[in-house]
Each structure stands twice: as C-alpha cells, then as structure tokens.
Design a protein around this ligand. Sequence first.
Ligand code: GUN
Length: 294
Amino acid sequence: MLVLDGKLVSGSVKESLKAETTALLEKGYRAPHLAAILVGTNGASETYVASKVKNCEDIGFVSSLVRLDENVDEATLLSTIAQLNADPGVDGILVQLPLPKQINEHKVIEAIDPRKDVDGFHPSSAGKLMQGLPSFIPATPYGIMLMLEFFNLPTKGKHAVVIGRSNIVGRPMSILLSSNIPGGNCTVTVCHSHTPNLKEICLQADILVAALGRPEFVKADMVKPGAVVIDVGITRVDDPTAKKGFRIKGDVAYAEVAPLSSAITPVPGGVGLMTIAGLLKNTLQAYKTNNGIV
Ligand code: GUN
C-alpha cells in the first residue's frame, strides 16, 4: 500500500513555483499577489486562511488578508471585492467559505472578477471547466489531479466513484476525472445523500474519492481490495485528550481501509496540503495571464 504523501507532492509543487517566482523577480517583475477575505472568526476558516497566507510567503508571493466582522453586511463585502477587482496589484482573490447567513454566497462568488477567480468557484470558471476550456480549477480537485499525476496512478478506463456533489469538490472532481485529460478518462459515478445503494457502488470503485464531510464514513466493507482511496474530509472532532481539544478526522476510516487499498491519502497530510498547492498554481496562472507573461 502506497501512502499518497501530500507533503511530498505539495513540497515539489511549491519548489517549482518558488523557482519560477524567483526567476520573475530577477527579471524585474513584481511578485504575484493573493488577497484573501475572511469574514468572522470561524476556527477552521482561520486555520485555512493562515495556512494559505503562510504558503504564499514561503514561495515569494505577496499575500494580504482582509478581515471583516461576522456581522458585516453584504454590500460592504461586495464593495471590498470591487476594490480588489480594480486593484492592478492584486492577481488573485479568494473569499473563504462558508459565509455568515446574512450573506448570499452566490452573489459574492459572482462579484469576483473571473480573471482573479483563483478558487475557480465563479460560474464562468465552472462553465469553462465543464466545457474543457482553460480555466481556474477549484483548488482541491486540482490538487488531487496533481497528486494522481505525481504518483503516476493510472486513471484511463478506471471506474471512479466520487461521494459528494459540492461545487467546491465533488462536482468539479467528477468532471475532471471524466475529462479527456491526463489523470482523467475515468468512468465516473457521483454518489450523494440520496444514493440508496452507496456501499455496492463504492465497492465497484477503482478510485474512490470521499468528499462528504462525515468523519470515518468510508469503512473497509465499502472498499474494493486494491482501490485508490482519496480522502477529502477534514472535520474537527472534539477530543479532550488532544492538545487543541479536537482532532482532524477524514471521511475514511484510515486504519481499516489503508491495508486494503493500493494507495491512500492520509488525513492530515494528504489532500489538505494539495489544496494549497492548487491555489498557489492558480494564483501564478492568474498573475501571468493578467500581466501578459507567457
Ligand atoms: N472553504 C472550504 N474549502 C474552501 C476553498 O477551497 N476555498 C475557499 N475560499 N473556501 C473554502
């Protein structure tokens, strides 16, 4: 069984992005700039955004974090986005999700200039992805594709089962896996909360992607021996014995599934790190496209 080490792959992606950034700076270009907007103080969102900012700094990008109050109104958030859209020194914009109830998430996503949509959540990016046109790929599915590629895991003709149909992971993942691209050409089944025979379908998977957000949902009796298992879950589960009072759990019961699988991503240390790698790649792509750098 091969452990799909996100640290190894994201480290390699970051190294090449850092080299490319250094070369751009040496030529006199400015550094790529990612702007993140964080609304409120959700603990998990704080952690993710801090990690995104730190990773930008690691590779020589500029990052700025705009913090808005939990009770901010939609108009203020939209005008913050408009300012970043208009700023030629900002290459990529992300608004950390989820957002508080008073804010319409779709409106916010649609307010981001598609040329700076490094999360790939704008309907323009999603539509392009669906039609096989060049676009920003949402960071988590992008990171998973990079991981499949890095480890040379065969996908052509395989049956991939994706559990989850979110706009952030499940749906774009299913499109990529079925596309005629490296890491694609799978036959894809998408499962969700209304799928009655989930276990039987999962048992048919050569590649199983668990992205439903339910800790340790995928058990050994749902996995075909030799399957490649990709765990997208990162749920905080209370644990008074842990230093922080919680532990991060994936959607896969790792201890029982790992011995069965041919390859599996650990949690933490798997897909989470690849999400950052995907975001950084999108940010450099936005920078180059918007500044006419080939
Ligand atoms: N919330 C959970 N995942 C993501 C992500 O990839 N991007 C943003 N902006 N918010 C998220």
